[in-house]
Structures are given as structure tokens and as C-alpha cells.
Write a protein of this length. Structure first.
Ligand code: ADP
Ligand code: MG
Length: 226
């Protein structure tokens, strides 16, 4: 199992007041699955994604990522697990504006201690894989939204993670670019990458094998909109 959550709760504390966000979440995602998560704004989608991605920790309940118990790990161990297992894609791309496409994609490898020559070669290959082999030296401002998201996908995948987490990956894109991104995701999933994607567009969610709904902090399978 890639993701296994049992009775997970998450609250935030603001001004000494507890703000409950997620309640009794049970979620299992098998290796190789492609799952979408839908829900209204403020329902806790990003909170859940941050916990899945080990960027935040649950208040209660258990979470196993790729068989490893996340709750028992130190920050250092968590960032190691995250770097080796997960790629992230966000709505607003989160590219560094002063770095070229190639440099943006190579960055995770730099943090991973990979040498310069290998970094450049792997980043170039990752950009070629997303159809941007002719845009290596372009800066983010010189790229369209869809191209920026493809750079972000190349950056997410350059370390060959088993799990790709995407929070509204088409939220800032026009329909045609969104479709291209979904085609890339489908290709990655075909190659064995597990994908969990948040969206509030039903047409985008439909690309996944399975759609889950989050409402008032609780997760349910199927039955969207009811
Ligand atoms: P979604 O992604 O579904 O729009 P979020 O997960 O971002 O929702 O937020 C869910 C709820 O948790 C919101 O009511 C939000 O105000 C609250 N929340 C999110 N992050 C924090 C935080 N750091 N501190 C306090 N409340 C938060
Ligand atoms: Mg969100």
C-alpha cells in the first residue's frame, strides 16, 4: 500500500481556539493507483494533501506512507522520506523566477547531492519527457502557463518518486493546457507512478481511476455532488 491512513484527525490552533479541519479520515491508496480528491473550498483538501506529503503532521490517528509510519519519524527522517518518495505539483507552479527551466528542474537533485554533470543531464531528460526539450534556457516569464506546469512536473519527477501529489494542477490553466497536463499524468501513471490529485473540476477528476469527496472534513467514496 502506498498510502494508509486510519482514523486521522487534524486540527489547527488559532488564538487558543481549536479549529477542527479533518475528522476520522481513513484512506488507502494502492501502489500504481490514480486517485482524485474533490471538495468545496475550505473543506480541508490542501490540509489532507500536506499530511499525505509529510509537510504537516496529523493531530491524531495513524499514517503509513509506503509502509513507513510517518508519526514516529523525526523532521530529518521525514524530509528524507519525502525527497525519496514524493513529487509535488501546485496550482501556481512554484518555479523560481530567476532560474531557467533547466535550473529549476535540476534544483531537487542539487539538494540531493547529485553532481553537476549528472544533474544537468537528468534535468534535460526530464524536460524532454514533458515535451520541453526546446525550452531548456527559458525563464518562467518566457513560458506559457501550461509550459510552466510542465516544467513543474519535470521538477517533481526528476528524482523518480513513486508518488506524485498534485494540488489543483490545472486550476490556473486554460482548458487545452489542462488537458495536456492530464495527458502527462496519465502517461506517468501508466509508467507506474501513483498519483493523488486535488481538483474541483469534475472533468479533471474524471481522469483518475477513483474519485473521493471531502466535505466538512470527512472523506467519502463516490456520490459526488450529493
Ligand atoms: P481547501 O484546500 O479544501 O480549500 P484547506 O485545507 O486549505 O482547504 O483549509 C481547510 C480549513 O482549515 C480552512 O477553514 C482553513 O481556514 C483552515 N486552515 C488551514 N490552514 C490553517 C492554519 N495554518 N491555521 C489555522 N487554520 C487553518
Ligand atoms: Mg486548497
Amino acid at each position: 500500500m502506498m498510502i494508509e491512513m486510519q482514523h486521522l484527525d487534524k486540527s489547527y490552533w488559532a488564538d487558543k481556539t481549536e479549529v477542527p479541519v479533518l475528522h476520522d479520515i481513513c484512506l488507502s491508496v494502492e501502489e500504481g493507483e490514480y486517485v482524485s480528491i474533490m471538495g468545496p473550498s475550505g473543506s480541508g483538501k490542501s490540509t489532507l494533501m500536506n499530511i499525505i506529503g509529510c509537510l504537516d503532521v496529523p493531530s491524531a490517528g495513524s499514517y503509513l506512507l509506503n509502509g513507513e509510519s510517518v508519526g514516529e519519524k523525526s523532521d530529518k527522517e521525514l524530509s528524507k522520506l519525502r525527497n525519496s518518495t514524493i513529487g509535488f505539483v501546485f496550482q501556481n507552479f512554484n518555479l523560481l523566477p530567476r532560474e531557467t527551466a533547466l535550473e529549476n528542474v535540476a534544483l531537487p537533485l542539487l539538494y540531493g547531492g547529485v553532481g553537476r554533470k549528472e544533474r544537468t543531464e537528468r534535468a534535460r531528460q526530464a524536460l524532454e519527457d514533458v515535451g520541453l526539450g526546446d525550452r531548456l534556457t527559458f525563464f518562467p516569464t518566457q513560458l506559457s502557463g501550461g509550459q510552466k506546469q510542465r516544467v513543474a512536473i519535470a521538477r517533481a519527477m526528476v528524482g523518480k518518486p513513486k508518488l506524485l501529489l498534485a494540488d489543483e494542477p490545472t486550476g490556473a490553466l486554460d482548458t487545452a493546457s489542462g488537458k495536456q497536463i492530464m495527458e502527462l499524468f496519465r502517461e506517468l501513471n501508466k509508467q507506474g507512478v501513483t498519483i493523488v490529485m486535488i481538483t474541483h473540476e469534475p472533468e479533471i477528476a474524471a481522469y483518475a481511476d477513483r474519485t473521493l469527496y471531502i466535505r466538512d472534513g470527512q472523506l467519502s467514496e463516490g456520490g459526488g455532488g450529493r
